[in-house]
Design a protein around this ligand. Structure first.
Ligand code: TMP
Ligand code: MG
Length: 211
């Protein structure tokens, strides 16, 4: 088959603080797109399966300590090491639905008081998502959800700082804000409607990079 005839895949990203339901919505969207015969794969960051991801995982489970900037660079490296496979999927027509990316990296480290521009700098040049879906919820409600508190960053005061950085410094008019404090099916329906619209608009645009 002629290569020019394949539409590239869409890079769809989910962002938001812990426990807003990103992973559930990623699964539902992957299923929705595959059911429409649109080849789609899920991806998540951190990718805990690589050697770098193993170090990150140990940190998140509180079993190691690390300098904040060193950790930040590992999270960023964990995206850079995935760059080729991201391009490969998109260029072969596979949609990617991604659970967290550069914006999590910046929000979580900047929430520790580290300079925002320093945090952002190492993300520049990575492939840029076509659609960013931000699941929004009041921090008190998110922290009351099941399993909250198991990992390093799951503390109410810190979650509020992260939410503030997402909403005051990272969000652009391009981000789609979805109210995550509703039932799963209602949220999934809103998201699939958003993605359906974007599919037609974006398929002929070049993949851009974070700048
Ligand atoms: P997860 O719960 O989505 O697996 O993510 C693990 C934690 O890592 C979560 O609290 C968010 C945080 N995180 C960062 O601090 N920097 C990053 O670059 C990413 C992708 C996640
Ligand atoms: Mg988590």
């Amino acid at each position: 088959q002629n290569k020019e005839m394949i539409n590239r895949g869409l890079f769809i990203l989910f962002e938001g603080v812990d426990r807003v339901g990103k992973s559930t919505q990623v699964q539902n969207l992957v299923k929705f797109l595959n059911d429409k015969q649109l080849s789609t794969k899920a991806m998540r960051f951190p990718d805990r399966t690589t050697p770098i991801g193993t170090i990150i995982n140990a940190y998140l489970q509180n079993s190691t300590n690390m300098d904040d900037r060193a950790l930040h660079l590992l999270f960023s490296s964990n995206r850079w090491e995935a760059k080729d496979s991201i391009y490969q999927a998109l260029n072969s027509g596979v949609n990617l639905v991604v659970d967290r990316y550069s914006y999590s990296g910046v929000a979580y480290t900047a929430a520790k008081g580290i300079d925002f521009d320093w945090c952002y700098a190492c993300e520049k040049g990575l492939p840029e998502p076509d659609v960013i879906i931000y699941l929004s919820m009041n921090s008190e409600d998110a922290t009351k959800r099941g399993d909250f508190g198991g990992e390093r960053y799951e503390k109410l005061e810190f979650q509020k700082k992260i939410k503030d950085i997402y909403e005051s410094k990272l969000m652009t008019p391009k981000w789609k804000v979805v109210d995550a404090n509703r039932d799963i099916e209602t949220i999934s329906k809103e998201i699939s409607d958003i993605v359906n619209k974007e599919l037609d608009i974006i398929k002929n645009k070049q993949i851009s990079t974070i700048s």
